[in-house]
Design a protein around this ligand. Structure first.
Ligand code: HAM
Length: 411
């Protein structure tokens, strides 16, 4: 038997239905807020990610699926969507002639991580990217959209964590202060964080190890180092979130794992105590320029669909196929079966049947095993009637209804 690769899984059954449903709702909200869809290749030139996400990030250092194509060029399966959208944006010259753009995307991403619950090597994201708008209005409006979306799909109290990690003007000062502090406590840090002191000190702040968490608890706070522009940006942003009645908390250890962020960063967790972030995002005002375009600001986020679906698998109000019907049939003229199915499907009802001839009781047992809540009985007599003979499998009740009214009987 050939098995799937470690960290790569199939999404099927109820989980696949939940994926479909949350994607439909996400599209609805993204479109409502002016984002338009883009479909991107899953593979790009490696340098797009190494330059975009940052050479020192964990993703680029150890998590990319990178290999040579048949002509010896280095290519990488996308570990995230932002860099690809930025490439599209520059390649089409939007940075020069039409900078205000809002995109959304969905699809598989690939990271060679250690697989565990909520962490896969192939996982799915829905994301949005807004270009050309450097204003706390867009940050707050986009987060409001997300919170509305999460509530819509049944996550009542999404926990929004925000932070401002400064800009190239003020972050170097903070980095120096943080490095000074961390060097004094180096022996208490994990080996990875010891290296990060010199290469990427900000990332020490979100190390999950207990010993590192204790060290950073007393580290300098970036809020004390922000320049006037970042500080007033952050104040306005928080004011707008409050005015829009979005509950949030500032988390000074929230720094995010990709190096392109400036100013606003944020994450949403499923609720109090939830370990893994359901999504993450922030502002990346230098990324378009770093990838060869004009200096155009950007803001966006990506939702981890696997994590969202897994939360909803346990808690969701999502009804799997309430309108699904199974046709139990016994007819000489088989074309009549297709005709009846056609009428029901045109009325928007999902109908299925077994194509081989079996006894009624055998078909009913099959429908029961498959979890159908309603079946349609179709014998010679019913085939001549305009009414549908409907049986409720849970109560045993039988009724005759018009196909046009049938949906009401299935909910
Ligand atoms: P990220 O935080 O790396 O950000 O990923 C966003 C979300 O994807 C995470 O919060 C998580 O839910 C999910 N995720 C990440 N890695 C895995 C994994 N191995 N298995 C399952 N789920 C995972 C980004 O990717 C940025 N591009 C977001 C962004 C867009 N920032 C600005 N624009």
């Amino acid at each position: 038997m050939i098995q799937s690769l470690r960290g790569m899984r199939d999404i099927a059954g109820r989980e696949a239905r939940i994926f479909q449903w949350i994607e439909e709702r996400a599209r609805y909200f993204f479109e409502l807020y002016g984002y338009r869809e883009i479909k991107l290749p899953v593979m790009e030139r490696t340098e797009l990610f190494s330059r975009g996400i940052g050479d020192e990030s964990d993703i680029v250092q150890k998590e990319m699926y990178t290999f040579e194509d048949r002509k010896g060029r280095s290519v990488t399966l996308r570990p995230e969507g932002t860099a690809g959208v930025v490439r599209h944006y520059i390649e089409n010259g939007f940075d020069k002639r039409d900078p205000l753009k809002k995109f959304y995307y969905s699809g598989a991403m690939f990271r060679y991580e250690r697989p565990q619950k909520g962490r896969y090597r192939q996982f799915y994201q829905f994301g949005v990217e807004a270009f050309g708008m450097e204003s706390p209005l867009i940050d707050a409006d986009t987060i409001a959209m997300l919170v509305d979306y999460f509530r819509d799909i049944g996550i009542e109290s999404p926990l929004v964590k925000v932070n401002n990690i400064g800009c190239p003007g003020c972050r170097p000062d903070y980095n120096r202060a943080l490095q000074g502090y961390l060097r004094n406590h180096e022996e208490r840090l994990c080996p990875d964080c010891r290296k990060r002191i010199e290469t990427n000190p900000l990332r020490v702040l979100d190390c999950k190890r207990e010993s590192c968490r204790k060290v950073v608890a007393d580290s300098p706070d970036i809020a004390d180092f922000l320049c006037d522009s970042c500080r007033s940006y952050d104040e306005e942003f928080q004011k707008l979130l409050s005015a829009r009645k979005i509950p949030f908390e500032r988390d000074r250890f929230l720094v995010r794992g990709l190096d392109y962020y400036v100013k606003t960063v944020f994450e949403i967790h499923g609720g109090e105590g939830a370990q893994n972030a359901l999504m993450g995002g922030g502002r990346y005002d230098g990324l378009v320029e770093a990838l060869g375009g004009q200096p155009v600001p950007g803001f966006g986020f990506a939702i981890g669909v696997d994590r969202l679906a897994s939360l909803l698998m346990e808690t969701s109000l999502f009804e799997d196929d309430p309108g699904k019907l199974f046709m139990v049939w016994n007819l000489e003229e088989q074309a009549l079966l297709l005709e009846k199915c056609d009428i029901l499907r045109k009325c928007g009802v999902s109908v299925d049947f077994l194509p081989d001839k079996r006894s009624f009781s055998n078909q009913l047992k099959y429908a029961h095993r498959q979890g159908y809540r309603h079946v349609v009985i179709l014998g010679e007599e019913e085939a001549l009637s305009e009414q549908i003979h409907l049986k409720n499998m849970e109560t045993g009740d039988e009724t005759y209804v018009s196909p046009y009214d049938i949906i009401e009987h299935l909910i």
